[in-house]
Design a protein around this ligand. Structure first.
Ligand code: UDP
Length: 325
């Protein structure tokens, strides 16, 4: 079998490639434009079983050809990172809307199973935690760029469900909750690589806002295992699942723990959101998945284990430093 991972050179995509290579004899086909991905994320893989194609998911013909060569598709290619999305809204919207439509349309030709990577961002600024899949989403105005990302991801979900319904496409939607771990870059504003790098460098950790906002950090190893199991499970087809660990952490606590585990002298500094993301920025205060549906379907859910996540990221960053010296 040939399994396509769009965005396969990215953080989650490359971990999924590792996982699928370990768990099966399948060949992995990667489609990536290397905009936010990194070819280096795939360097360690056995090239006989991995084919990488450099292409843009906004190009329907490229997508049609590549999906045509695949027996299943994990659609992970997307514009990611709040900072990236706020700074490049047009590119983000087009990538997330046109790209997903191209993938679904191409997959519908042969009814090739698709996993669609969605986001906890689709719940918007709802405060009704924990979020379960059928809960209401709460968005702010269209003048606030962030909600364009949430709406695009929600539209991707509508599209996927419509393809499932009207074109009989086997599709599973996974809403990722702050997936973190080694290989994630801090370049697009993600908090864990940023804090770990700041703590290791002895710089102040930049906590945005008052730091009481919470996130449910989920280890990428758990996320890719769940992703694989969801697409393999026919009961999951046509359904939406939260992919995340319960028990959220506040950003203040995260910063404290990053300092402790790196044994750093760094201090914490609070930075107002508008200084980072500009005026009109809105921040979801709380984010926590209800994992009942995941447990009922797959029989397990990931554990919130912030120390394991931080230690894995710290180990990766410190071993890179040793290599670089
Ligand atoms: N954050 C922070 N300092 C940073 C980067 C992010 O305090 O240097 C905060 C951010 O405002 C958010 C949380 O950490 O409340 C998680 O941010 P991330 O961008 O990793 O994911 P998000 O949940 O915003 O998609």
């Amino acid at each position: 079998m040939s399994i396509l991972i769009t965005g396969g050179s990215g953080f989650i995509g490359s971990h999924l490639a590792d996982h699928l290579l370990d768990e099966s004899n399948d060949k992995i086909l990667v489609l990536d434009d290397f905009s936010t991905g990194d070819a280096g994320n795939l360097d360690h893989l056995d090239t006989d079983r991995v084919e990488v194609r450099d292409g843009d998911i906004r190009d329907a013909e490229t997508v049609r050809e590549t999906v045509g060569d695949a027996d299943a598709v994990y659609h992970l290619a997307a514009a990611v990172g709040v900072q990236n999305i706020v700074e490049n809204p047009l590119n983000s919207l087009k990538t997330n809307l046109e790209g997903t439509e191209n993938v679904l349309e191409a997959a519908a030709e042969d009814r090739t199973p698709v996993f669609l990577a969605s986001s906890s961002e689709v719940y918007g600024k709802s405060e009704d935690v924990p979020f379960s899949e059928s809960d209401d989403a709460v968005y702010g105005p269209t003048t606030t760029t962030r909600w364009g990302y949430a709406t695009a991801k929600a539209t991707d979900e509508f599209l996927a469900l419509a393809y499932a319904d009207e074109r009989d496409l086997p599709v599973v939607i996974g809403r990722y909750f702050n997936i973190v771990g080694p290989r994630q870059t801090g370049q697009y504003g993600m908090v864990i690589p940023t804090f770990v790098e700041q703590a290791l460098a002895g710089e102040d950790l930049t906590v945005y806002g008052d730091g009481t906002q919470t996130r449910s950090f989920t280890h990428v190893a758990d996320a890719v295992e769940l992703t694989h199991e969801l697409l393999e499970n026919e009961d999951a087809h046509g359904e939406i699942f939260n992919v995340g660990a319960p028990d959220p952490t506040s950003i203040n606590d995260l910063a404290d723990r990053a300092i402790e585990l790196t044994d750093s002298d760094s201090e914490i500094t609070h930075v107002p959101f508008e200084k980072v993301y500009g005026e009109d920025f809105e921040e979801p205060d709380q984010r926590e998945p209800d994992v009942t549906k995941l447990r009922e379907t797959l029989g397990w859910t990931p554990e919130a284990d912030l120390d394991r996540i931080l230690t894995d990221v710290i180990d990766e960053r410190t071993s890179e430093e040793v290599v670089a010296e």
